[in-house]
Ligand binder design. Structure first.
Ligand code: 2RA
Length: 329
């Protein structure tokens, strides 16, 4: 496969290179792509050096697949041009996610929706991906009615500038700010911009994308998304109301059997998922599984994943792997 990585110099782009190598994706040629500013820069992949090219140059090189993580406006401008040239695009921005003509895919959840006609495929938002992977086996068994989710999100979800802000604040050094407030020793209950309904865009992504991926508009979701001074992964507290009652042992078994989920739930030994343990891993970790004793047919659980891995790069590459497996690229 000739693989273009658009946004190769960003946080998610470099994680894509790491994951392509780690999962042994059959890359015969890598085409790192970035804006004209980075043109000519060298990127190392599996011991070989590759020169960064512009998106227009990449189209002329006709890769089989292009993994995009360069922001919404680059995707809106260039993904259709790649697609018209016959190149399958897997796009990590929010540009195409809610477009009814585009598939929004988490392979373990709705990978079966992909067809040869899908030339621009959207990768969901990081906090949505880890939630739907954990919800899927429970929805299949008990039918999810409503989810109340609160997130604790890593600064890596914002990008390099936010990581630098946290590190500068910790070192007592002045620098550029990614957030309107100090993030070190603080918690910011705002991710992305506010919408007219008082929710943030990140919260609305969690609501709308969940319905699209789960292919069920009856699932009600309400979300509060929060940035915390952490790297390595996003954490989520989920309160899930089901249509049907459940047995806790069966819930644990269903989660443990779900592809891509690792259950870490042993309170007796103080074992539960944490971002420092999820860092650099491709799986979604679930723990603190317990009945909500204030309401029947309702469960509480805690879900953690590396937002740059399963929340972005890994999911995009798993989509590419599925396309290869189905003979669609
Ligand atoms: C964040 N959801 O963590 C974003 C990244 N896609 O801010």
């Amino acid at each position: 496969m000739r693989v273009a990585v658009v946004g190769a110099t960003g946080l998610v782009g470099s994680e894509m290179l790491t994951v392509l190598a780690a999962r042994n994706f059959p890359v015969t040629e890598l085409i790192p792509v970035a804006s004209a500013r980075s043109k000519g820069k060298e990127i190392e992949f599996k011991g070989k050096k590759y020169q960064v090219v512009t998106p227009t140059e990449a189209i002329a090189l006709k890769p089989d697949v292009a993994l995009f993580s360069a922001g919404g406006s680059t995707s809106l401008e260039f993904a259709p041009l790649f697609a018209e040239a016959g190149i399958t695009v897997i796009d990590n921005s929010s540009a195409w996610r809610m477009d009814p003509t585009k598939k929004l895919v988490v392979p373990e959840v709705n990978g079966d929706v992909l067809t040869a006609a899908d030339k621009i495929i959207a990768n969901p938002n990081c906090s949505t991906i880890q939630m739907v992977v954990a919800l899927k086996p429970l929805h299949d068994k008990y039918k999810v009615k409503r989810v109340v989710v609160s997130t604790y999100q890593s600064v890596t979800g914002t990008g390099v500038k936010a990581v630098e802000q946290l590190m500068n604040e910790r070192a007592g050094v002045d620098g550029e700010k990614a957030y309107p407030y100090t993030i070190d020793l603080n918690v910011i209950p705002q991710i992305d911009v506010f919408q007219e309904n008082g929710y943030t865009k990140e919260e609305m992504k969690m609501i709308l994308e969940t319905n699209k991926i789960m292919q069920d508009d009856r699932i009600k979701v309400t979300a509060t998304t929060v940035r915390i001074p952490v790297m390595g992964g996003h954490s989520e507290s989920l309160n899930i109301e089901f249509e049907n009652d459940f047995d806790l042992a069966d819930v644990r078994a269903a989660l443990a059997a779900q592809e891509g989920v690792i259950v870490v739930d042993n309170p007796a030994n103080l074992e539960y998922p944490m971002p420092k343990d999820a860092h650099g891993k491709d799986e979604v970790f679930v723990g603190r599984i317990r009945r909500d004793e204030s309401q029947e047919k309702t469960l509480n659980m805690w879900v953690v994943a590396d937002n740059l891995r399963k929340g972005a790069a890994t999911n995009a590459i798993q989509v590419a792997e599925l396309l290869v497996k189905k003979g669609l690229i």
